[in-house]
Design a protein around this ligand. Structure first.
Ligand code: PRP
Ligand code: URA
Length: 209
């Protein structure tokens, strides 16, 4: 079963608390999501392999380590996952970016796909799927399905807030996928929103409500 990594770093928790506040506006919300994504990527990539190369400093030649192994790709789930892209690209500028468009039907709560465009060599990349909210887990699980149908198999899921239901769903559907979250909240409400959560991430990010 995939591991769940929950970040309890004080900086991440502080910033997340401000995001939860309903009085935080779209500009600050965007900035905070960007900053948290940047901080999270540090831990998400902790186990990436490195190799030794020779480098010449102004003083002498020495051996030092650089990233090796598979190249990285990031796949935001539209729309809200877009808010995590820049923070991660700041840290991993060479990563390629794919997009999966999904929205959750308000009646059925089921994910509906409307877009998918991935880098040509995604099958050979280590992919980070991004979405701030993991509620029922339907959207994340469907996005990972799309990636697997296209031959991708090295996948990590990065969320800001998860509900236990969403974690359980992804672990069941995709036991090979590790999940990285800033916080695991209590449960879902009747509309499948996370309690306490932060409301609708897409709307808060883009000011659409
Ligand atoms: C939100 C969120 C996730 C999904 C989570 O997107 O960004 O993609 O809901 O819910 P789930 O785990 O129950 O599937 P939404 O469908 O509201 O679309 P949006 O990002 O375009 O606003
Ligand atoms: N999508 C959101 O944006 N927020 C939730 O709490 C659940 C799904």
């Amino acid at each position: 079963m995939g591991k769940v990594h929950i970040f309890d770093h004080p900086l991440i928790q502080h910033k997340l608390t401000i995001m939860r506040d309903k009085n935080t506006g779209a500009k600050e919300f965007r900035e905070l999501l960007n900053e948290i994504s940047m901080l999270m990527v540090y831990e998400v990539t902790r186990d990436l392999p490195t190799e030794e190369i020779t480098v010449e400093t102004p003083i002498c030649e020495t051996k030092a380590r650089v990233l090796s192994g598979k190249k990285l790709g990031i796949v935001p789930i539209l729309r809200a996952g877009l808010g995590m892209v820049d923070g991660i690209l700041n840290m991993i500028p060479a990563a390629k970016v794919g997009h999966v468009g999904l929205y959750r039907d308000p009646e059925t709560k089921q994910p509906v796909e409307y877009y998918c465009k991935l880098p040509e060599d995604s099958q050979n990349r280590e992919l980070l799927v991004l979405d701030p909210m993991l509620a029922t887990g339907g959207s994340a699980s469907a996005a990972i399905d799309f990636l697997k149908q296209r031959g991708c198999h090295n996948i990590r899921l990065v969320n800001l807030i998860a509900a236990p239901e969403g974690i359980e769903r992804v672990q069941k559907d995709h036991p090979d996928v590790d999940i990285y979250v800033a916080a695991c909240d209590e449960q879902l409400n009747d509309h499948a929103y996370i309690i306490p959560g932060l409301g609708d991430a897409g709307d808060r990010l883009f000011g659409t409500k």
